[in-house]
Design a protein around this ligand. Structure first.
Ligand SMILES: [Mn+2]
Length: 223
Protein backbone atom coordinates (compact mmCIF):
# COMPACT_ATOMS: atom_id res chain seq x y z
CA UNK A 1 0.00 0.00 0.00
CA UNK A 2 1.25 3.42 -0.91
CA UNK A 3 2.25 5.68 1.97
CA UNK A 4 0.86 8.65 0.09
CA UNK A 5 -2.71 8.38 -1.15
CA UNK A 6 -4.81 10.70 -3.27
CA UNK A 7 -8.54 10.27 -2.57
CA UNK A 8 -10.16 9.39 -5.88
CA UNK A 9 -13.81 8.77 -4.99
CA UNK A 10 -16.48 11.37 -5.48
CA UNK A 11 -17.66 13.20 -2.35
CA UNK A 12 -21.22 14.31 -2.96
CA UNK A 13 -21.70 16.00 0.40
CA UNK A 14 -19.38 17.68 2.86
CA UNK A 15 -15.82 16.92 3.86
CA UNK A 16 -15.10 16.75 7.60
CA UNK A 17 -12.01 15.99 9.68
CA UNK A 18 -11.96 14.43 13.13
CA UNK A 19 -9.15 14.48 15.70
CA UNK A 20 -7.66 11.43 17.44
CA UNK A 21 -10.54 9.07 18.32
CA UNK A 22 -8.59 6.70 20.61
CA UNK A 23 -11.34 4.12 21.07
CA UNK A 24 -14.10 6.65 21.79
CA UNK A 25 -16.63 5.21 19.36
CA UNK A 26 -19.80 6.26 21.18
CA UNK A 27 -18.51 9.79 21.55
CA UNK A 28 -17.78 9.95 17.82
CA UNK A 29 -21.29 8.77 16.91
CA UNK A 30 -22.84 11.28 19.32
CA UNK A 31 -20.79 14.10 17.85
CA UNK A 32 -21.68 13.08 14.28
CA UNK A 33 -25.35 13.22 15.18
CA UNK A 34 -24.85 16.68 16.72
CA UNK A 35 -23.26 18.11 13.59
CA UNK A 36 -25.83 16.52 11.26
CA UNK A 37 -23.33 14.30 9.49
CA UNK A 38 -24.81 12.80 6.31
CA UNK A 39 -23.73 9.13 6.22
CA UNK A 40 -24.86 8.76 2.62
CA UNK A 41 -23.00 11.69 1.11
CA UNK A 42 -20.35 13.10 3.47
CA UNK A 43 -16.81 11.92 4.07
CA UNK A 44 -15.13 11.97 7.48
CA UNK A 45 -11.33 11.89 7.46
CA UNK A 46 -9.67 10.86 10.72
CA UNK A 47 -6.15 12.11 11.43
CA UNK A 48 -5.10 8.75 12.89
CA UNK A 49 -4.88 7.18 16.37
CA UNK A 50 -8.21 5.40 16.11
CA UNK A 51 -7.26 3.01 18.90
CA UNK A 52 -5.62 2.78 22.37
CA UNK A 53 -6.39 4.44 25.71
CA UNK A 54 -10.18 4.27 25.15
CA UNK A 55 -12.44 1.24 25.49
CA UNK A 56 -14.11 0.74 22.09
CA UNK A 57 -11.11 -0.18 19.99
CA UNK A 58 -12.71 -2.89 17.86
CA UNK A 59 -15.65 -0.62 16.99
CA UNK A 60 -13.21 2.05 15.88
CA UNK A 61 -11.30 -0.39 13.67
CA UNK A 62 -14.58 -1.38 12.02
CA UNK A 63 -15.08 2.25 10.99
CA UNK A 64 -12.46 1.61 8.33
CA UNK A 65 -14.92 -0.58 6.43
CA UNK A 66 -17.47 2.25 6.14
CA UNK A 67 -17.77 4.20 2.91
CA UNK A 68 -18.22 7.49 4.82
CA UNK A 69 -15.01 7.08 6.81
CA UNK A 70 -11.29 7.04 6.11
CA UNK A 71 -8.11 7.67 8.06
CA UNK A 72 -4.41 8.24 7.84
CA UNK A 73 -2.08 6.08 9.95
CA UNK A 74 -1.20 7.39 13.40
CA UNK A 75 1.63 6.37 15.69
CA UNK A 76 -0.77 4.12 17.64
CA UNK A 77 -1.63 2.21 14.45
CA UNK A 78 2.13 2.04 13.87
CA UNK A 79 2.55 0.55 17.37
CA UNK A 80 0.05 -2.23 16.56
CA UNK A 81 2.04 -3.07 13.44
CA UNK A 82 5.48 -3.04 15.10
CA UNK A 83 4.33 -4.43 18.43
CA UNK A 84 3.62 -7.77 16.77
CA UNK A 85 7.25 -8.39 15.90
CA UNK A 86 9.25 -6.06 18.11
CA UNK A 87 9.45 -6.38 21.89
CA UNK A 88 10.45 -2.77 22.54
CA UNK A 89 7.54 -1.53 20.42
CA UNK A 90 5.20 -3.86 22.29
CA UNK A 91 6.44 -2.53 25.62
CA UNK A 92 5.97 1.07 24.48
CA UNK A 93 2.52 0.18 23.13
CA UNK A 94 1.37 -1.46 26.38
CA UNK A 95 2.59 1.51 28.38
CA UNK A 96 0.57 3.82 26.15
CA UNK A 97 -2.87 2.28 26.23
CA UNK A 98 -2.30 -0.69 23.93
CA UNK A 99 -2.86 -3.55 26.38
CA UNK A 100 -6.22 -4.45 24.73
CA UNK A 101 -4.30 -5.50 21.60
CA UNK A 102 -2.18 -8.19 23.28
CA UNK A 103 -5.13 -10.08 24.76
CA UNK A 104 -6.55 -10.72 21.28
CA UNK A 105 -5.79 -13.98 19.56
CA UNK A 106 -2.86 -14.10 17.18
CA UNK A 107 -4.91 -14.11 14.00
CA UNK A 108 -6.97 -11.14 15.11
CA UNK A 109 -3.81 -9.18 15.89
CA UNK A 110 -2.40 -9.98 12.48
CA UNK A 111 -5.60 -8.93 10.73
CA UNK A 112 -5.65 -5.60 12.55
CA UNK A 113 -1.96 -4.95 11.84
CA UNK A 114 -2.58 -5.72 8.17
CA UNK A 115 -5.54 -3.32 8.05
CA UNK A 116 -3.43 -0.59 9.65
CA UNK A 117 -0.48 -1.23 7.34
CA UNK A 118 -2.80 -0.51 4.42
CA UNK A 119 -3.58 2.97 5.70
CA UNK A 120 -1.69 5.80 4.03
CA UNK A 121 0.59 7.99 6.14
CA UNK A 122 -0.35 10.97 3.98
CA UNK A 123 -3.74 11.59 2.42
CA UNK A 124 -4.71 14.28 -0.07
CA UNK A 125 -8.36 15.05 -0.69
CA UNK A 126 -9.61 17.51 -3.29
CA UNK A 127 -13.02 18.92 -2.51
CA UNK A 128 -14.92 22.06 -3.46
CA UNK A 129 -12.01 23.24 -5.60
CA UNK A 130 -9.57 23.05 -2.69
CA UNK A 131 -6.81 20.62 -1.80
CA UNK A 132 -6.63 19.35 1.78
CA UNK A 133 -3.69 17.44 3.23
CA UNK A 134 -3.88 15.04 6.16
CA UNK A 135 -1.05 13.62 8.24
CA UNK A 136 -1.03 12.44 11.84
CA UNK A 137 1.84 14.27 13.51
CA UNK A 138 4.07 16.53 11.50
CA UNK A 139 4.90 18.02 8.12
CA UNK A 140 8.55 18.94 7.89
CA UNK A 141 8.46 20.61 4.47
CA UNK A 142 6.79 23.94 3.74
CA UNK A 143 5.54 22.65 0.41
CA UNK A 144 2.95 19.92 0.01
CA UNK A 145 4.48 18.33 -3.09
CA UNK A 146 7.96 18.31 -1.53
CA UNK A 147 6.48 16.63 1.53
CA UNK A 148 4.88 13.92 -0.64
CA UNK A 149 8.15 13.45 -2.54
CA UNK A 150 10.06 12.87 0.71
CA UNK A 151 8.36 9.46 0.87
CA UNK A 152 9.91 8.46 -2.41
CA UNK A 153 13.47 9.11 -1.31
CA UNK A 154 15.68 6.34 0.04
CA UNK A 155 14.95 6.71 3.74
CA UNK A 156 11.21 6.10 3.57
CA UNK A 157 11.14 4.80 7.12
CA UNK A 158 12.48 8.15 8.31
CA UNK A 159 9.86 10.11 6.39
CA UNK A 160 6.96 8.06 7.71
CA UNK A 161 8.29 8.07 11.28
CA UNK A 162 8.65 11.84 11.22
CA UNK A 163 5.13 12.24 9.79
CA UNK A 164 3.48 9.92 12.33
CA UNK A 165 5.53 10.67 15.45
CA UNK A 166 6.92 14.18 15.00
CA UNK A 167 5.56 17.29 16.68
CA UNK A 168 8.17 19.86 15.69
CA UNK A 169 5.99 22.22 13.70
CA UNK A 170 3.63 22.80 16.61
CA UNK A 171 6.02 22.39 19.53
CA UNK A 172 8.99 24.37 18.42
CA UNK A 173 8.77 28.06 17.89
CA UNK A 174 11.03 28.10 14.90
CA UNK A 175 10.90 30.31 11.90
CA UNK A 176 11.70 27.38 9.64
CA UNK A 177 8.01 26.42 9.55
CA UNK A 178 5.83 28.72 7.49
CA UNK A 179 2.76 28.53 5.28
CA UNK A 180 2.64 25.21 3.41
CA UNK A 181 2.40 26.00 -0.28
CA UNK A 182 0.57 23.83 -2.79
CA UNK A 183 -2.30 22.96 -0.46
CA UNK A 184 -5.25 24.87 1.01
CA UNK A 185 -4.76 23.43 4.50
CA UNK A 186 -2.92 20.65 6.32
CA UNK A 187 -4.85 18.88 9.08
CA UNK A 188 -3.03 17.07 11.87
CA UNK A 189 -3.69 15.45 15.25
CA UNK A 190 -1.25 13.77 17.67
CA UNK A 191 -0.40 16.77 19.83
CA UNK A 192 -3.22 17.44 22.28
CA UNK A 193 -4.35 21.03 22.56
CA UNK A 194 -7.28 22.39 24.59
CA UNK A 195 -8.81 23.97 21.52
CA UNK A 196 -8.20 23.34 17.82
CA UNK A 197 -5.02 25.16 16.93
CA UNK A 198 -4.19 26.99 13.70
CA UNK A 199 -0.80 28.20 12.53
CA UNK A 200 -0.45 29.52 8.99
CA UNK A 201 -2.53 27.05 6.98
CA UNK A 202 -1.91 24.15 9.39
CA UNK A 203 -4.52 22.88 11.86
CA UNK A 204 -4.15 20.59 14.87
CA UNK A 205 -7.43 19.05 15.98
CA UNK A 206 -6.61 16.48 18.69
CA UNK A 207 -8.46 18.16 21.54
CA UNK A 208 -8.15 15.20 23.91
CA UNK A 209 -11.37 13.26 23.26
CA UNK A 210 -10.21 10.32 25.36
CA UNK A 211 -9.06 12.56 28.23
CA UNK A 212 -11.81 15.17 28.45
CA UNK A 213 -14.57 14.02 26.10
CA UNK A 214 -13.80 16.90 23.77
CA UNK A 215 -13.72 15.59 20.22
CA UNK A 216 -13.17 18.09 17.43
CA UNK A 217 -14.88 17.57 14.10
CA UNK A 218 -14.00 20.25 11.59
CA UNK A 219 -16.17 21.30 8.65
CA UNK A 220 -13.53 21.81 5.98
CA UNK A 221 -15.77 23.99 3.82
CA UNK A 222 -15.39 26.62 6.58
CA UNK A 223 -11.63 26.88 6.69
MN1 LIG B 1 -0.59 10.22 18.14
Amino acid sequence: MALVKIWDKEIKGKLWAVGDIHGCYNLLMTRLKEIGFDFENDLLVAVGDLVDRGTQNMECIELLSKSWFTSVRGNHEDLCIWGLSNRAAMQCHVENGGEWFYVLDEQEMRNIAKTFAELPVVLEVNHGGKKFGFVHGHIEENDWDEFKLSFEKESIRDADQLAMWGRYRLDEDKNQYTHVSGVHAVIMGHTVTQKPCKRDNCYWIDTGAVHWGTMTILDLSKI
